[in-house]
Every structure is written in structure tokens, then in C-alpha cells.
Design a protein. Structure first.
Length: 68
């Protein structure tokens, strides 16, 4: 299972999850749909922080990664 957490301010949210013990796996990066950062909790479970622009999840419905 992988969780996506939508936030209003990704920089603030990144600071909070790191202070709570998460490990950064990929820093916040800009995408057409907004900003995305990947983390693992202290037990190794992955999760993302998303700061979406525009229409929320509808914005990424047709999005495909360049490399996966």
C-alpha cells in the first residue's frame, strides 16, 4: 500500500514529516500537475506528499511519467 497525502504547502509538510521521523526518498520536484515528494515512514512504508495545482486529482488523470 502507498499513500498520497495532498497538502496546501509542500515545504511546510516536508519539514513536518522529516521532524516526525520520515526518510526523504525523493525531494519535492515540480511537475505539470504540481509538486511531489516521496518518503518512507520509520517502518519503511512509502508515501507521497502532493501539492496539486489546478483541478486536484483531475489534473493528473491523464498524466504519465517520463521514466518509471
Amino acid at each position: 500500500m502507498h499513500l498520497d497525502v495532498v497538502v496546501d504547502d509542500i515545504d511546510e509538510a516536508v519539514a513536518r514529516v522529516l521532524a516526525a521521523g520520515a526518510t526523504a526518498e525523493r525531494p519535492a520536484t515540480e511537475h505539470a500537475y504540481g509538486k511531489l515528494a516521496l518518503f518512507a515512514d520509520p517502518f519503511g512504508h512509502g508515501f507521497c506528499l502532493l501539492q496539486l495545482t489546478g483541478r486536484g486529482y483531475d489534473e493528473i488523470a491523464d498524466w504519465r511519467p517520463k521514466e518509471y
